[in-house]
Design a protein around this ligand. Sequence first.
Ligand SMILES: [Zn+2]
Length: 246
Amino acid sequence: MSDYINGRLSRRHFLAATAGASLIAVHPFSARAAAGQAHLRIMETTDLHVHVFPYDYYADKPRDTVGLARSASHIKSIRDEATNSMLVDNGDFLQGNPMGDYIAYERGMKDGDMHPGITAMNAVGFDASTLGNHEFNYGLDFLMKSLAGADFPVVSANVVKEMGGTPTADQTLLKPYVILDRMVTDGAGEAHAIKVGLIGFVPPQIMNWDRKHLEGNVQARDILETARAYVPEMKEAGADIIIALS
Ligand SMILES: [Zn+2]
């Protein structure tokens, strides 16, 4: 590929150059990008498990090692120091502590209700998330009502409502992937448009772990088979970088 298109650095080369630059001795996130070069800092949370506040509901006392509320301050400081950043989540956000069980079994989710874990994620501001295996623990109806309140896309490529002949012909439960248009600012202060593809995968073992909720409703595809089918489609659709959430 030629390095320049119409006198400008091509997107792919531009991102490859950025990746290479992260190998230099200076800490990659503090290194100042050159003109025509941009650093994109990608933050990821995982296994939030309904830990919104730094509180241990089992012990009924504050615990300062958990909670998105605490992570939020780290996320803010990273956003402040990084010229370009994104925040993604890896799934397992709806289940895992007594508040999760309370919402699922006591309060319930009616149409239009907000799940507190989703409310917290909206407040922090995520670019995208995917489903973890625990998202299926309370059934599909609860899951879909919870996701309805999310301000960010939740992608999952291998949970399928209707199998097609190939993964890309499947009717998936959620969007298999998204391609987000983002702007990144280079070291000279010039903004460049990039397309960031995000795709999600869940362990196919959900079909055993949550058989009572899933059997007859959805099926799960092998992760590699699914990735091999979708990634070329995402590149074809213009994704400059592809992030797999799993
Ligand atoms: Zn987990």
